[in-house]
Design a protein around this ligand. Structure first.
Ligand SMILES: Nc1ncnc2c1ncn2[C@@H]1O[C@H](COP(=O)(O)OP(=O)(O)O)[C@@H](O)[C@H]1O
Ligand SMILES: [Mg+2]
Length: 270
């Protein structure tokens, strides 16, 4: 059914088990609702500890299975979800990049010829063909992210879940990963949920931005609209693109300013 959401969360609540023996459960999500259309690229922001990672783990089917804790409500994800974790180095364990990317496909029971074909494609798509024989543990943070992304993509997920894909990368590494993602999405339609506190990355990639705060989605808007709500985002400790903050200050002084990125700002301020 074409109109069926790729992801549907209804009245979802989640709590981790108590950290201390007689403590209370750690409540993270509290009656959250969300419907995601197939092919949407969603940016998820929120203060530290808001539950972004937990929400991705739930969509991936990993929480509470691996994390323990209590989940209630309805969680529906169409097709297969692939997740790239924030700490990519803990996700990479193979002796070579090639083996790392092949591993998930082998677990899917794909024929060898298909694994070879997708391996070549994923290496190419993430621009890491030269690293094929390299040891994942020896690579730079940016290269490791791309290997983890390639491994996830080779499994042809219907839903790609990215936890802070730019974290730990220098600005060039960040741009590279984001550019690779944007390219990829043009070539291969899939639904993407990206938790990311680099607000510029949300602006660059996402068509719909969500704010997670106190266990629920408190804002759901195009990034261009969301990042005009500077006072709200500040009040909850959510990230704001520096250029959007500047635009807001200029508007406060009666100037027309509507830019979100440094490029847009320098154009507008010429
Ligand atoms: N395994 C766990 N056990 C108990 N509490 C946890 C566990 N993992 C995360 N938490 C808590 O759940 C809340 C949400 O964490 P998380 O999903 O990592 O948020 P975010 O990714 O938005 O920073 C935080 O208060 C965090 O301390
Ligand atoms: Mg997190």
């Amino acid at each position: 059914m074409p109109d069926e959401p790729a992801i549907l969360l209804e009245n979802v609540s989640f709590a981790y088990p108590p950290v201390l023996p007689d403590g209370a459960p750690v409540r993270v999500l509290d009656g959250l609702h969300l419907a995601v259309r197939p092919g949407e690229f969603i940016g998820l922001i929120g203060p530290n500890g808001a539950g972004k990672t937990t929400l991705l783990l739930i969509m991936a089917g990993l929480a509470p299975r691996l994390t323990k804790g209590r989940l209630s409500g309805t969680v529906r994800v169409q097709g297969r979800a692939g997740m790239v974790f924030q700490e990519t180095d803990s996700q990479l364990f193979s002796a070579t990049v090639e083996a790392e990317i092949a591993w998930g496909m082998e677990n899917l029971g794909l024929p060898v010829a298909e694994i070879e074909r997708r391996l070549d494609w994923a290496l190419e798509a993430m621009d890491i063909a030269a690293l094929r024989e390299a040891v994942p543990g020896m690579l730079s943070g940016g290269q490791q992210k791309r290997v983890a992304l390639a491994a996830a993509l080779a499994m042809h997920p219907d839903v790609l879940l990215l936890d802070e894909p730019t974290s730990g990368l220098d600005p060039i590494g960040q741009d590279d990963v984001l550019a690779a993602l944007a390219d990829l999405r043009r070539a291969h339609p899939m639904t993407v949920i990206m938790a990311e506190n680099e607000a510029e990355a949300i602006v660059a990639c996402a068509e719909r931005a969500l704010v997670l705060h106190e266990g629920r989605i408190t804002r759901d808007a195009p990034p261009r609209d969301l990042f005009r709500e500077i006072a709200y985002l500040d009040s909850i400790g959510a990230p704001i693109p520096p250029a959007a903050r500047l635009a807001d200050m200029l508007r406060g002084r009666g100037r027309a300013a509507d830019f979100l990125t440094l490029d847009e700002a320098s154009q507008a301020l010429k």
